[in-house]
Write a protein that binds this ligand. Structure first.
Ligand SMILES: *Cc1c(COP(=O)(O)O)cnc(C)c1O
Length: 352
């Protein structure tokens, strides 16, 4: 749904353009002299990939990442000078589209490499340095597997840069051993958490190019980002009904909440079908903690305690508290899930 249809949606995502761009600028500065790209897979982590790409291009971002060719096609043309890479590489059934696209695959397996080599087209390559998710082995990369490829970016992905164990430093050392030993124009390792680690103890996680996702959208992968990364997304929803609940009565499915005194409740137009999942039942809040979620989250509705807000009534809008680290703690969901789960019923409204 685009903003032109916003009049009919009883719920919207307010997306702060300035915060998105400022987050990218902070991540770029933290990347030192390296370029800073943007992961916009999963429809720009739920915000809308086209709009994210447009606003980050305006800020100066030139390297974008999606996961599949379907996502690449849905994105359409990027701004001049921007490049797009497809993380999952290229399957046989992608070849017709991929060889006619301006985007390039991130080749992850020896099969993908042999599929792509004869096209003579540019690519990126993923090397596995310890995550055991996608990528060819370092030894293969050093022993001829890359011959004949025109590689823009050789990359690897960090498995635990958000934690304070030694895994990121181990992966860094393994990846650095590839420096100068391939024909790749650029090397890239760091996601959002890896960018936070850049420079600590002299460690260079940035190489030539970084690939943040989460932190662009307001996620805090590590404490270093606190105070620098701003919230981007705020779900807002309209009140359907304001009602009084007597002491001893309960609210919602399975009577998870029972009033211990007479209270006022607002029924609000957002629910688990919108990605506001049941972990927020009795735990979430709105309007900066003023309005608690009472009882279980329904498919399309929640109940908020509104005793502290006598001014609120039917048709009024409330802002759901969605600071990602706090919302993650409330709900038991990850910051990633909180973004990518945001449903299709929101009007996505970009503000300056
Ligand atoms: C999703 C992804 C990123 C971005 O990671 P964040 O943790 O969201 O910053 C970077 N690189 C790869 C390969 C990814 O899949």
């Amino acid at each position: 749904m685009n903003t032109a249809d916003a009049w009919q949606a009883p719920l919207r995502l307010r997306i702060d353009t300035q915060a998105l761009q400022d987050n990218w600028r902070w991540l770029r500065a933290r990347s030192g002299g390296a370029a800073c790209g943007a992961a916009i897979k999963a429809d720009g982590y739920g915000l809308g990939a086209q709009a994210v790409a447009r606003h980050l291009s305006a800020a100066g971002c030139r390297d974008f990442y999606v996961s599949s060719w379907g996502e690449a096609m849905a994105l359409g043309a990027l701004s001049d000078g921007a490049s797009l890479s497809v993380f999952h590489g290229v399957r046989a059934e992608d070849m017709a589209v991929a060889t006619h696209s301006a985007a390039r695959p991130v080749l992850n397996t020896l099969t993908q490499i042999s599929r792509w080599r004869d096209t003579g087209r540019r690519c990126d390559v993923m090397v596995d340095t310890g995550m055991n998710r996608l990528g060819i082995a370092v030894s293969d990369a050093l022993n001829g597997a890359l011959d004949g490829l025109t590689i823009d970016t050789l990359m690897s992905h960090l498995a635990g840069a958000d934690l304070d164990d030694a895994s990121a430093l181990r992966q860094l050392a393994t990846f650095a051993s590839l420096k100068g030993r391939t024909t790749a124009k650029r090397l890239s390792l760091a996601n959002s958490a890896g960018i936070c680690l850049n420079g600590q103890g002299g460690a260079d996680f940035a190489f030539d190019l970084t690939r943040p996702g989460l932190a662009l959208y307001g996620g805090i992968p590590r404490a270093e980002a606190l105070g620098h990364i701003a919230q981007v997304v705020t779900p807002q929803a309209q009140i359907l009904q304001r009602r009084s609940v007597r002491a001893g009565e309960s609210v919602g499915y399975n009577a998870l909440f029972t009033a211990t005194r007479d209270i006022d409740v607002a029924i609000v137009n957002i629910g688990y079908a919108d990605g506001y999942l049941r972990g927020f039942s009795c735990k979430g809040s709105a309007e900066g903690g003023r309005l608690p979620v009472l009882g279980r989250v329904s498919m399309d509705m929640i109940a908020l305690g509104v005793d502290t807000a006598p001014e609120l009534g039917e048709g009024d809008w409330v802002s759901i508290d969605y600071d990602l680290p706090s919302a993650a703690a409330q709900s038991g969901l990850s910051q990633y899930e909180l973004l990518t789960g945001l449903g299709q019923r929101f009007a996505r409204v970009w503000t300056k």
